[in-house]
Design a protein around this ligand. Structure first.
Ligand SMILES: [Zn+2]
Length: 151
């Protein structure tokens, strides 16, 4: 159920962002007769409603408690500060620096347990938000490519 909510939230966020973006693009294009003010306002309203709904759906999974220490179960930890190479060259090449750096930011972080000094990987709120943004951008470029293809 939580996974379903998460996927639904990602789609709502994507649709909402696309509505808002296309309204903005239409408004900035002064020659465009396709985007009268009322239409743009409706798009923004729909987009913001979708974004609000996606926030409600995604918030519980973004704020879900991070993994506790696998050795002693303590939730207290510090950043391990070990530099791990999280750059995916293939993805950066294909999706540009934005997708590449979001992918890096969405990877689990290595942390050190304060109680027993064990090192382990866990997701944080930051990595989860980056993960959501990564999916929204990927879905947006997929939908954009599909629209271009069938136009
Ligand atoms: Zn521990």
């Amino acid at each position: 159920m939580r996974a379903l909510k998460h996927i639904l939230g990602l789609f709502l966020a994507t649709i909402g962002s696309m509505f808002v973006l296309s309204a903005l693009v239409g408004l900035l294009d002064r020659d465009s007769r396709v985007f009268p003010w009322a239409f743009a306002a409706m798009l923004v309203l729909l987009g913001l409603t979708a974004l609000g709904g996606s926030l409600l759906l995604l918030w519980p999974s973004v704020c879900a408690p991070s993994r506790a220490c696998p050795q002693c179960g303590s939730p207290e930890r510090a950043n391990a500060g070990v530099l791990r190479r999280t750059n995916n060259l293939w993805l950066s090449h294909l999706g540009g620096w934005l997708i590449g750096s979001l992918w890096g930011a969405s990877r689990e972080r290595q942390v050190r347990c304060i109680q027993c000094d064990a090192l382990y990987l866990t997701a944080t709120r930051g990595t989860r938000i980056a993960g959501v943004l990564l999916w929204v951008f990927l879905l947006m470029s997929l939908i954009g490519a599909a629209i271009d293809y069938f136009k």
